[in-house]
Ligand binder design. Sequence first.
Ligand code: PMP
Length: 372
Amino acid sequence: MAASCWAEPPIVAVPRCTFDFSAAAGPLPPPVAHEVAEACRDWRGQGSVLSLPFTSDAFAELMTRTRARLVDLLAIPDSHDVLFLQGGASAQFGLVPLNLLGAARAAAYVESGHWSRRAIGEARRYCDVHIIDGDAALASGDAACEASGADAASAVAYLHLTSNETADGLQFRDWPRTTLPLVVDMTSDLLTRRIDWPRIGLAYAALQKAIGVPGLTVVVVRRDLFGRARADLPRVFDYTAQSAAGSRLNTPPVFAIFVAHAMLGWIAESGGLGALESAIARRSARVYRVLDEAAIYRAAVPVAHRSRTSICFGVGGADGNERCIAAAHDRGIVGLRGHPQAGGLRAAIYPGTGEDAVDRLCEFLTDFRRRH
Ligand code: PMP
């Protein structure tokens, strides 16, 4: 394929009229949305990206570039491989034990909220689960579970952590110290913080919140953890087999990879991960400040463990939550309803959430407080 096909598309500013704070999916910044919409019509004179064959040279290059952008932005070292898989983070709840247990029959899980409980429930189908209390892990920074066991079968294979509890609004600012391979579900905070890779055995994230659309899950795995999968695992779910095939054992989610590529390019152009991390810290701090200044709002989590990407809060007064959600909707601010298990309100601040959206939310919350 001619290199000139890769000329970057023009950045076109498109104003937003609705600001979506839903935790389920992250917004695409206007220039990325524009690039994706154009490519659905025609991508570099080759037809719609929606029907781009995964077997084409153009797709092979797109995948290579997407992986390279991710490696570059997250500073992933050679010790770790990057896999592009499907099935969402929920599939990883089962695939992590199926791939990593090896001869061991147990794994340790930090229980810190809704999504870690979901991961634990799935892991219990395959192994014994040692539960580590989330509050204790937050307080001490240690996970009191070591790689012990007289024989391989009684050993604990890994320690699992949900770095950001999307439903509860709680985030591990630092990760527990452990001698076990640390496995981290980063679905709701990937690309919002730098990662100390030598401490990570495996990190996984469904990417619809951070960089795109549903359908693509990234698994970053330390290479020495390959070769432990159960023999009867379907090969498309086997990390080692997918690594050997460059994540192309079967048809990858071509469109989701295209969108991720565009988002990663936009993040790089906007200053990279450091700039994004600071922007998200600043944006969430602005929202928490508005919440803390008014008696009508109650942030759900103590200051030290508040999530920068999942801001959970309640609104006081008769029917306060519902009135606030309805009033926000009238002002073009949507997606504020909290997770069904947690109730209340929640504002997600993902990589694509712009300063303009946060301005609008803060103005609205200040105004709502004045009027109530
Ligand atoms: N883990 C976390 C932390 C999540 O927030 C979610 C989705 N909200 C999941 C796992 C599940 O992701 P998926 O629906 O892509 O399987």
